[in-house]
Design a protein. Structure first.
Length: 154
């Protein structure tokens, strides 16, 4: 797997996630990786449906999400259409979906950079909300994947 460019999405309005994102960005750039980083935005609603903007280009090789399960789900809605692997890092409590603890972040990233992790693809679903036969909004839904014992989303 190529690792020339990486996206980082971190939890909205959460200083520890922002600090870790900056640290990870510097660490990756020191290894010659181009990094695109952004804070997860608060959801803007239009006609009752979330509007997700994204500043991470669709050509990144993979994405790291720093936060909790909600941040991972939001990031999957944003970048899931790119078909890139997403590594979820738990900065919160339980972390059902973000199973990589913060202390395991850099060992996992090092394995990614060396191409030692395998990606399992999963199905992505799309749903539409119709009102009086008019499409109001459309949602993408990702399914869970595993990356040699570490949860990722594709």
């Amino acid at each position: 797997m190529s690792s020339s460019s990486v996206g980082i999405i971190y939890k909205y309005s959460y200083a520890p996630a922002k600090q870790e994102a900056k640290k990870l960005e510097k660490w990756l750039k020191g290894r010659g990786v181009k990094v695109f980083s952004e804070e997860m935005s608060s959801t803007v609603r239009m006609n009752g449906c979330p509007e997700e903007s994204i500043h991470i280009p669709n050509a990144v090789d993979w994405v790291v999400v720093l936060g909790g399960d909600g941040t991972l789900l939001g990031a999957a809605r944003k970048v899931g259409r790119y078909g890139v692997p997403i590594l979820g890092v738990n900065l919160g409590g339980l972390g059902f979906l973000t199973s990589i603890p913060l202390k395991g972040l850099y060992p996992a990233i090092e394995r990614m950079l060396r191409g030692e992790l395998e990606v399992e693809s999963r199905l992505m679903l799309e749903t539409r909300v119709l009102r009086q036969e008019e499409e109001i909004c459309r949602f993408l839904v990702s399914t869970r994947a595993r990356w040699q014992g570490s949860s990722i989303w594709t």
